[in-house]
Structures are given as structure tokens and as C-alpha cells.
Ligand binder design. Structure first.
Ligand code: C6P
Length: 396
């Protein structure tokens, strides 16, 4: 049996999404900006897809949604443009982030920090959560931007974006949220949450890879990312990725339709699976489940390196991860585990299981059996587990 439980890294393309995209490769392949029928026959589907993306995040018509190639691109764009617009010009000198943002935010922040921007990295607490008060405490009259993700990709923790949006609005500070892991898992509404910029990526909600977007509120527009033609309102020039846009629109529509299922049925399956995993001695999960997106579990098995666990799981057809796919090849400890202050050896034991609406009960039952076998085998050869001092296993 092959089981895919790495849906925070990427998801299967929904067959309806694939069906909607297919005609736009070989039959309707015109450049939408040309002046003939090959071009115009792409227009209705592009328009419809854009409307679905706007509707999915409750963006009003007058705001902009610019299609990009991925969330990494959208995140880079926000921070670098803020640097050019506010920091380089001397109007402001400071931005605020959480310390557990995705590398596409952290690495970009380090880059603009090296160019003279002051960056505050807000800590997370032992539950992997952020205190909105810490945002308020760190805002100064020189703060240009606060960027805090909606849902953490490692733990599934839901960050208090509503409160943070309100605090930013109150202090007239721009607010960006990376909503990559929120779309399709939670209702996302840019208007009621006072969001100025919002990042999305289609392949995280059963759309194609290579397509993302950035939402920008009217009046808060960034500088153009790619100069050139008039595509995407001149904010990101270059021939449109027609099948990608159509796929993202369809995926957004499907994700919105499936939201109730995700929040009830997927959650229930996740919770029951987690209950069973936690019956294995010396395991623990970061972030209380009611404060997490419905699909994610970051679990530690004491005495077992996360990579060893993945190896055993993979041998039996189960795909999980030790955390963010972008960091999984460096064998470093999980950064969220480090940020919550887990001891060094425990920070290496994290395994992330992320479900989707395609996950079945049969797959989870099978995975549980594989995990149990792996725990017995790996603890049997783990010197840190076998010779652990008194109290080590219970976490004291
Ligand atoms: N997280 C994970 O395994 P791209 O691939 O550029 O569309 O998405 C980047 C990205 C940005 N923000 C968040 C919160 C993300 O989770 C991701 C991708 C994957 O957790 C791959 S590193």
C-alpha cells in the first residue's frame, strides 16, 4: 500500500482541476494578449478563474490579485518591495515577523536586514503560538510591515491573524499574511481580517505546481515585481500561465466547496489517528489540536531520529516528513521544535503527518501499524532511549 501523508509539502491535483486545465495546453494555447481568436478563446476561462480566486478569499473587485509562480515568489515580492518603498527611501526602518515563518520569508528578511532594515523576530510559546500582544509591544512609528503566517506549515498552529490585523490597522502598519497553509483548511476573508497582502500557492490546495498569487489591498499596492508588458495590471509582466491560472481558480472553487468536509471529517480522522499515535509511550504533539488546522500533526517519538522514522515509513510505502520540505535535506533539527525550546535531542525527533480530503481511514489504519512497528524497531537500537536517565522519557 502507498499512503501519502505529506500534504503540507504538496497535494494531489484534483481530477476536476486537471480536467479544467487540459484543453489549454494543446487546443486553446493562444497567448491571451494576442489579437486573434486563439487569444480571445482563453479569456472567459481566465476571467472565471480569477473570479473564483477573488471569491475564495473574499477580495473585493477593486483590490488586486496578481498571479505569481509560487508562494516563495509572492513572499519575496512583499518584503523586497517594502524595502524599496519604505526602508531604502528612509520613511521607515523596521519590519516584524514571527520567528517561525517559512524560509521564503526568513531568508528574504535576512537579505533586507543585510541592506540596513531592522527586523524583529517574534518568539512562539511552548504551544507553538504567537501572542498578539508581542506585535503591539514591538510596533514603533518606524515599523513598515508586520508579516505573520496564517497557519504554520510544521505544526498546523493557527496564528491570531485577526487580532494582529486589527493591531496593524490601529497603528497604520501594513499587514502581510502567508496563507499558504490556510486556504482550503480554514475560511479566509481578507476584508474582515484587515489584511493588506496575502500569499497563496495552488499546489497546497489540490491545484497545479508553479502557480501562486499575491493579494494586495487597493491603495497599498507594491512596486511591480517584473517590469515589461501590461499583464497582471503591469505588476508582473510576462505571458500568462493560462492552464495554471485556470487550474488555480478551479482548485480554489473545489477547496471552498470542500471546506466543511475538511473541518469536520478530515479533522475527525486526524484526531482519531492522533489519539492512537499518542497511545504509543513517550510521544507528544506540539500545539493543542483545537488551535491547529484540521489536517496536521507534528509528533515526537522520544529516542527516534525523525529521519530514521521516515526511512522506516518510506520502506513500507508511507510518505510523511520531518517538517518543511524545503529544509528536509539538511538534517538540521526542526526549527519550530527549537523555537518552542525543546531539548536538542527532542528537536530531532519530530515527524509531520499531514492529511488531505483524499486521505482514507484504511490508509491511516495501515500507517498506524507501520508506525508501531517502526517505533519498536528503532527504539530497540536507540542508545539515547535505552539508557535514558530517570524522568527523561516522561519529559521531565
Ligand atoms: N511549504 C512544506 O513542506 P511554494 O513552494 O513556494 O509555493 O511554497 C512555499 C511556502 C510558503 N509558505 C508556507 C507557509 C509554506 O508552507 C510553503 C511551502 C512546504 O512545508 C515546502 S517547504
Amino acid at each position: 500500500m502507498r499512503v501519502y501523508l505529506d500534504n503540507n509539502a504538496t497535494t494531489i491535483v484534483d481530477p476536476y482541476v486537471f480536467g479544467a486545465m487540459e484543453p489549454y495546453f494543446v487546443q486553446k494555447y493562444g497567448n491571451p494578449n494576442s489579437l486573434h481568436e486563439f487569444a480571445s478563446e482563453t479569456h472567459p476561462a481566465i476571467k472565471q478563474a480569477m473570479e473564483k480566486i477573488y471569491a475564495g478569499i473574499h477580495a473585493p473587485k477593486e483590490d488586486s490579485v496578481v498571479i505569481t509562480s509560487c508562494a516563495t515568489e509572492s513572499n519575496n515580492w512583499v518584503l523586497k518591495s517594502i524595502y524599496f518603498q519604505y526602508i531604502l527611501t528612509g520613511r521607515k526602518n523596521h519590519i516584524i515577523l514571527s520567528e517561525v515563518e517559512h524560509p521564503s520569508i526568513i531568508a528574504t528578511a535576512k537579505f533586507i536586514e543585510s541592506m540596513g532594515c531592522r527586523v524583529t523576530y517574534l518568539p512562539i510559546n511552548h504551544e507553538g503560538l504567537i501572542d498578539p500582544q508581542s506585535v503591539r509591544d514591538n510596533i514603533t512609528d518606524k515599523t513598515a510591515l508586520v508579516s505573520v503566517m496564517w497557519v504554520n506549515n510544521e505544526t498546523g498552529a493557527i496564528f491570531p491573524v485577526e487580532e494582529i490585523g486589527n493591531i496593524c490597522a490601529e497603528h497604520k502598519v501594513l499587514f502581510h499574511t502567508d496563507a499558504v497553509q490556510a486556504i482550503g483548511k480554514l475560511p479566509v476573508d481578507v476584508q474582515s481580517f484587515n489584511v493588506d497582502y496575502l500569499t497563496m500557492s495552488a499546489h497546497k490546495f489540490h491545484g497545479p505546481k508553479g502557480v501562486g498569487a499575491l493579494y494586495m489591498k487597493k491603495g497599498k499596492e507594491l512596486l511591480p515585481l517584473l517590469h515589461g508588458g501590461s499583464q497582471m495590471g503591469g505588476y508582473r509582466s510576462g505571458t500568462l500561465n493560462v492552464p495554471g491560472i485556470i487550474g488555480m481558480g478551479k482548485a480554489m472553487e473545489q477547496a471552498v466547496d470542500a471546506l466543511d468536509f475538511e473541518m469536520s471529517d478530515v479533522r475527525q480522522m486526524r484526531d482519531e489517528f492522533e489519539d492512537e499515535l499518542l497511545k504509543i509511550p513517550d510521544t507528544f504533539v506540539v500545539t493543542p489540536r483545537e488551535k491547529r488546522a484540521a489536517n496536521t500533526i507534528l509528533i515526537s517519538f522520544r529516542g527516534i531520529e525523525g529521519e530514521s522514522m521516515l526511512w522506516d515509513l518510506n520502506r513500507e510505502g508511507v510518505a510523511a516528513s520531518t517538517g518543511s520540505a524545503c529544509a528536509s535535506e539538511d538534517l538540521e533539527s526542526n526549527p519550530v521544535m527549537e523555537a518552542i525550546g525543546a531539548e536538542a535531542d527532542l528537536a530531532h525527533t519530530a515527524v509531520r503527518f499531514s492529511l488531505s480530503r483524499y486521505t482514507t481511514q484504511e490508509e491511516l489504519d495501515y500507517t498506524l501499524e507501520v508506525v508501531k512497528r517502526a517505533v519498536v524497531r528503532l527504539r530497540g537500537i536507540s542508545s539515547s532511549y535505552a539508557y535514558a536517565p530517570e524522568g527523561y522519557k516522561s519529559g521531565h
